[in-house]
Design a protein around this ligand. Structure first.
Ligand SMILES: [Zn+2]
Length: 253
């Protein structure tokens, strides 16, 4: 994914250099590096990009052209590319950042799937049974799930535990739910093993306990997000949720 992003970045840079400059006054060339000081993981090793900051693209600009749409409170560039939002090469999906309706790999991505299989096997070696109960979800499926929850509990309540269509990590093929959609899962041997070991296989517990005001979601001990081993370990060791780690927000506009 990172290679593809960097390729897109290079292409965008070329196109920007070749395109007209009537809006060049809106463009600020930035070379920012993250302000975080961890040095042991890939979290800080991505090279800085030199995309323009374009928060209000002119009509003449290809909306799919990669561009920086902002800088996080921790100094990370927020890059939009083909309707997807990346921070430090990590695809971000939350209440602020969505994915296009037609986006989706149709299944867990190969990297996520392989990492999960590795996790399952390591758990089994510890006599822990971890299994997937929900993986990839299309925009259409999320729409029907969300609408059902809104009809049952009302929108305000539904928004605390179910993503609006286009805002679900499940649509990326990089997130899955395991074992049980019950808060008591956290207290089981399986839930405790997952919380302590998921990062070793590239996953984080995405919606941490006591972080609802920041992630936008109640604690979900069963929902794991694939980040890759280096990034997952960095986020786990920081004790921060993903939004805090990158300095981004999660709120519907
Ligand atoms: Zn989930």
């Amino acid at each position: 994914m990172k290679k593809r992003l960097l390729a897109g970045v290079a292409t965008g840079l070329l196109l920007l250099n070749l395109s007209g400059c009537g809006w060049v006054a809106d463009v600020l060339h930035l070379e920012l590096t993250p302000s975080t000081t961890e040095t042991t993981t890939e979290a800080t090793t991505a090279p800085p990009t030199t995309l323009p900051l374009v928060t209000d693209p002119p009509a003449t600009m290809d909306p799919n052209e990669p561009r920086i749409v902002g800088v996080s409170s921790k100094g990370y560039q927020i890059v939009e590319d083909h309707g997807l939002t990346y921070v430090n090469g990590v695809l971000i999906v939350n209440k602020k950042y969505s994915v296009p309706e037609d986006y989706g790999p149709g299944d867990l991505t190969p990297e996520c799937s392989a990492a999960f299989n590795e996790l399952v096997q390591a758990a089994a070696a510890d006599d822990i049974d971890i299994f997937m109960i929900s993986g990839f979800r299309s925009y259409e499926l999320q729409t029907s799930l969300y609408n059902r929850y809104v009809a049952r509990d009302g929108q305000a309540a539904a928004d605390t535990y179910s993503a609006r269509p286009g805002h679900s990590e499940h649509q990326t093929g990089l997130a899955l739910d395991v074992n049980s959609l019950s808060y008591s899962f956290a207290d089981t041997a399986e839930g405790q093993w997952l919380a302590a070991n998921a990062h070793r296989f590239g996953f984080i517990i995405r919606y941490s306990k006591d972080k609802q005001a920041i992630t936008g979601y109640a604690y979900e001990p069963w929902h794991i997000r694939y980040l890759g081993k280096g990034m997952a370990a960095a986020v786990y060791e920081s004790g921060l949720c993903l939004e805090e780690y990158f300095g981004i927000i999660s709120a519907y506009s």
